[in-house]
Design a protein around this ligand. Sequence first.
Ligand code: C2E
Ligand code: MG
Ligand code: MG
Ligand code: MG
Length: 275
Amino acid sequence: RAKEGGRNCVRFFEKSMQEAAEARFNLERELKQAIEAERDLTLYYQPQVDASGRLTGTEALLRWRHPGQGMISPAVFIPVAEDTSLILPIGRWVLRQACHFLAHTDTHKHALRMSVNVSPRQFHQADFVSQVHQAVRDAGIPPERLTLELTEGVVIEDIQSTVLKMRELKDLGVRLSIDDFGTGYSSLSYLKRMPVDELKIDRSFIQDLSTDSNDAALVEAILSVCRHLRVSVMAEGVETEEQLHFLRARRCDGYQGYYFGMPMPGETLLQSLGD
Ligand code: C2E
Ligand code: MG
Ligand code: MG
Ligand code: MG
């Protein structure tokens, strides 16, 4: 009887594995359709402000309105896209879309910046630099208004070739930022070798600033090193007044988080610029 139970258990396990594989396969198929039809994918924009609270730019954040499942978080579908190389057409679309939107904001007489997330696979494509060049040129925006957010995962692949490509991008005039800093394997010493304009301190360090003295010390150290290296610092996930005070007292350059605004549709952002 024990043997029979074991068999049932295996069968159950196989079934749930199969279901998970099917769900994943469907997600892939639907994501492929969405990007091919340029349908159901949309960009939201989250405000970025300076120490005085003035709007300086926005980060483009991808959203997928799934026909049956509602909004699916990029935290769920970006990893799928990365595994299947769907990230390549998606990334190209995001880049072009964000640049075009930035050109729109200019009619409102705001010289905003636009930050765009770039996945490691996207960055390491052979023609990535020319993709960026084309997107900027076609939208007619000044290149220095575009910031590419790279994660530490980009960097660890091969520092030599990564730095070379970063220089090519810098030659185009775009800005480079290291996203989610502190969560990966890279260290502050990399900043000396890389032509980086900005570093974004990961939300997990900002979250407990007022209660965790280790996080506070770390954030202080990052701010101090970056000031010496002339790298601008953006704090991610600022949600409270206390966090803002802590960061402002230590002269953090940029702020992004729910305290200042959620990611919002382009229309909503344009409306807020209008008045
Ligand atoms: P990220 O680039 O670090 O983006 C910041 C994430 O933190 C966003 O989540 C944003 O909505 C969220 N966030 C901002 N402020 C706060 C806050 O005060 N509190 C909290 N709890 N969260 C806050 P989102 O939009 O779900 O995106 C998740 C991740 O997905 C992004 O992290 C980025 O790594 C990736 N992603 C999003 N759009 C794209 C894209 O177009 N291309 C690529 N390659 N990745 C993308
Ligand atoms: Mg980002
Ligand atoms: Mg981040
Ligand atoms: Mg991220």
